[in-house]
Design a protein. Structure first.
Length: 107
Protein backbone atom coordinates (compact mmCIF):
# COMPACT_ATOMS: atom_id res chain seq x y z
CA UNK A 1 0.00 0.00 0.00
CA UNK A 2 2.92 2.30 0.69
CA UNK A 3 4.12 1.94 -2.89
CA UNK A 4 0.70 2.97 -4.18
CA UNK A 5 0.71 6.10 -2.03
CA UNK A 6 4.20 6.92 -3.23
CA UNK A 7 3.15 6.49 -6.84
CA UNK A 8 0.11 8.70 -6.30
CA UNK A 9 2.32 11.37 -4.77
CA UNK A 10 4.77 11.15 -7.70
CA UNK A 11 1.90 11.37 -10.20
CA UNK A 12 0.52 14.46 -8.49
CA UNK A 13 3.95 16.10 -8.41
CA UNK A 14 4.50 15.30 -12.08
CA UNK A 15 1.09 16.73 -12.97
CA UNK A 16 1.99 19.99 -11.21
CA UNK A 17 5.34 20.11 -13.02
CA UNK A 18 3.64 19.55 -16.39
CA UNK A 19 1.16 22.32 -15.67
CA UNK A 20 4.00 24.71 -14.89
CA UNK A 21 5.89 23.54 -18.00
CA UNK A 22 2.85 24.12 -20.23
CA UNK A 23 2.48 27.65 -18.90
CA UNK A 24 6.17 28.27 -19.53
CA UNK A 25 5.93 26.82 -23.05
CA UNK A 26 3.05 29.16 -23.87
CA UNK A 27 5.47 32.07 -23.41
CA UNK A 28 8.23 30.46 -25.47
CA UNK A 29 9.01 31.87 -28.93
CA UNK A 30 11.42 30.60 -31.57
CA UNK A 31 12.50 32.19 -34.83
CA UNK A 32 13.19 30.12 -37.94
CA UNK A 33 15.03 31.38 -40.98
CA UNK A 34 15.37 30.40 -44.61
CA UNK A 35 17.31 31.77 -47.57
CA UNK A 36 20.16 33.07 -45.39
CA UNK A 37 17.73 35.18 -43.36
CA UNK A 38 15.66 36.49 -46.26
CA UNK A 39 12.54 34.93 -44.73
CA UNK A 40 11.98 34.73 -40.97
CA UNK A 41 9.11 33.14 -39.06
CA UNK A 42 8.48 33.52 -35.33
CA UNK A 43 6.45 30.78 -33.65
CA UNK A 44 4.94 30.42 -30.20
CA UNK A 45 5.47 27.40 -27.97
CA UNK A 46 1.97 26.30 -28.96
CA UNK A 47 2.96 26.16 -32.63
CA UNK A 48 1.19 29.36 -33.70
CA UNK A 49 2.92 31.56 -36.24
CA UNK A 50 3.38 34.93 -34.53
CA UNK A 51 5.18 36.91 -37.23
CA UNK A 52 6.57 36.67 -40.73
CA UNK A 53 9.37 38.84 -42.13
CA UNK A 54 10.16 38.89 -45.85
CA UNK A 55 13.13 40.72 -47.30
CA UNK A 56 11.86 43.21 -49.93
CA UNK A 57 14.31 41.82 -52.51
CA UNK A 58 12.11 38.70 -52.75
CA UNK A 59 8.96 40.61 -53.70
CA UNK A 60 9.28 40.16 -57.45
CA UNK A 61 6.55 38.65 -59.62
CA UNK A 62 8.76 35.93 -61.09
CA UNK A 63 10.05 34.76 -57.68
CA UNK A 64 6.72 33.89 -56.06
CA UNK A 65 7.44 30.15 -55.99
CA UNK A 66 10.83 30.69 -54.37
CA UNK A 67 9.23 32.91 -51.73
CA UNK A 68 6.60 30.27 -50.97
CA UNK A 69 9.31 27.62 -50.51
CA UNK A 70 11.33 29.90 -48.23
CA UNK A 71 8.28 30.65 -46.06
CA UNK A 72 7.64 26.93 -45.63
CA UNK A 73 11.30 26.30 -44.81
CA UNK A 74 11.40 29.11 -42.22
CA UNK A 75 8.16 27.86 -40.66
CA UNK A 76 9.53 24.33 -40.41
CA UNK A 77 12.79 25.63 -38.91
CA UNK A 78 10.89 27.53 -36.21
CA UNK A 79 8.66 24.51 -35.52
CA UNK A 80 11.71 22.26 -35.10
CA UNK A 81 13.20 24.71 -32.60
CA UNK A 82 9.95 24.89 -30.59
CA UNK A 83 9.67 21.09 -30.53
CA UNK A 84 13.29 20.79 -29.35
CA UNK A 85 12.65 23.28 -26.52
CA UNK A 86 9.49 21.41 -25.48
CA UNK A 87 11.35 18.08 -25.55
CA UNK A 88 14.12 19.50 -23.37
CA UNK A 89 11.65 20.86 -20.82
CA UNK A 90 9.79 17.54 -20.79
CA UNK A 91 13.09 15.75 -20.19
CA UNK A 92 13.78 18.03 -17.21
CA UNK A 93 10.32 17.42 -15.72
CA UNK A 94 10.47 13.65 -16.11
CA UNK A 95 14.07 13.22 -14.93
CA UNK A 96 14.42 10.03 -12.93
CA UNK A 97 11.08 8.55 -13.98
CA UNK A 98 11.09 5.22 -15.81
CA UNK A 99 9.42 6.41 -19.03
CA UNK A 100 9.97 4.37 -22.22
CA UNK A 101 11.93 6.08 -25.04
CA UNK A 102 9.70 7.83 -27.57
CA UNK A 103 6.79 8.07 -25.13
CA UNK A 104 5.04 11.41 -25.79
CA UNK A 105 4.16 13.61 -22.83
CA UNK A 106 1.96 15.36 -21.82
CA UNK A 107 -0.72 12.88 -22.74
Amino acid sequence: MRDMMGMMKQAKEMQAKFQAMQEEMADLEAQGEAGAGLVKVTMSGKGEMKSLEIDPSLLKDDECEILEDLILAAHNDAKTKVEAAVAEKTKEVTAGLPIPPGFKLPF
